[in-house]
Design a protein around this ligand. Structure first.
Ligand code: UDP
Ligand code: MG
Length: 324
């Protein structure tokens, strides 16, 4: 085992920060090489996600200066998650472990040492988790908290306060490849892989330069995509609302009949009121039932692996731990 580490950095219009980021990551890699924790073949991979500024030119320039810098360029902007996946999957054969980190270095590069140590101690996935959100605005802090809570209630198990700063071993990367879905939400999928995992904690800093590529509308779309791509619980909620509505219709029927007996109603009111509640409930229950089937079809179309094998005994080939 050589411990080849690849640091994967998705970049979208990051010309203002990428040089500094490259320098800092190079120093980090070199220090780990000196400490003999990782192989001399370790590298940094920049994924240019369809930037329209000078990002790709800078990546090419960096690659000419030092072969520690490598890069791939996507044909157009595919979004952070796809850029990350492209990077991770393209290094999986060459590396023993890969760490994904944002180009703006808001995440603490010093946590990389801890991550590598955990990998050496046998962990396959090491999540970088924010200790605090002091630097975030009140709104960002609260909306992020609400996001994680709602996600978990709705059945998509994510790691609280973990973004996409994480280490994955080679076999975890191969398993990730088995998830063929197009609507990608890595934070929800990676916990599904299993294997031995742990977290390292760090303080998140402010962006070094440039602006966030996640303005509010993009963040909301991301949240909605996260919820709908990992869970079909919203459909159960429709069904439950229907049942609740039918129960309420029984109560309303009793109330309407009592009003009718006491002659407190105008003609037609009782039948109208009882039917509104009953029909409404039935429509919701029907939608919920259809939803359950659609949910099943949805999950089937994802063709996710049904299991991931982590170790094999008594066989000569335990190299590849693919699932299906
Ligand atoms: N990014 C990307 N494609 C996009 C949007 C963002 O590759 O379409 C990259 C971006 O260059 C950065 C990372 O994703 O490295 C996270 O973006 P950003 O720092 O703007 O998000 P924030 O930290 O504000 O949530
Ligand atoms: Mg950022």
């Amino acid at each position: 085992m050589e411990n080849i580490l690849y640091i994967v950095v998705p970049c979208y219009n990051e010309e203002e920060v990428i040089r500094e980021t490259a320098e800092i990551l190079k120093k980090k890699l070199e220090s780990l090489i000196v400490k003999k924790k990782i192989s001399t073949k370790s590298k940094i991979l920049f994924v240019n996600d369809g930037s329209y500024d000078k990002t790709w030119d800078i990546i090419k320039e960096l690659n000419i200066k030092s072969n520690i810098f490598t890069g791939i360029k996507l044909s157009k902007n595919e979004g952070h998650q796809n850029a990350l996946l492209a990077g991770l999957l393209s290094v999986k054969e060459r590396c023993d472990m890969a760490i994904s980190i944002d180009a703006d270095l808001q995440d603490d590069v010093n946590a990389i040492d801890d991550m590598v140590d955990r990998y050496i101690n046998g962990f396959d996935i090491v999540y970088g988790v924010r200790k605090d959100r002091k630097k975030d605005s009140f709104f960002k802090k609260k909306s992020a908290e609400a996001f994680y809570k709602i996600m978990n209630i709705l059945g998509a198990k994510t790691i609280y306060n973990h973004a996409d700063f994480r280490l994955m071993s080679k076999r975890a990367l191969y398993s990730l490849e088995q998830f063929k879905e197009v609507n990608l939400f890595l934070r929800g999928i990676i916990p599904m892989i299993g294997f031995k995992y742990c977290s390292v904690y760090y303080s998140r800093k402010e962006r070094k330069a440039g602006v966030s590529k996640y303005p509010l509308p993009k963040m909301l779309t991301f949240a909605m995509n996260g919820i709908t791509s990992c869970s079909v619980k919203l459909m159960h909620i429709i069904f439950l609302t229907g049942i609740f509505s039918i129960i309420l219709s029984v109560v309303m029927t009793i109330y309407c009949l009592l009003s009718l007996i006491n002659s407190k109603t105008v003609s037609g009111w009782t039948s109208l009121m009882t039917s509104i509640w009953a029909i409404g409930g039935m429509v919701l229950v029907s939608l919920g039932i259809i939803g359950e089937y659609i949910g099943k079809i949805y999950m089937e179309t994802k063709r996710r692996p049904r299991f991931v094998v982590s170790e094999v005994l008594g066989s000569s080939s335990n190299k590849n731990l693919k699932a299906n």
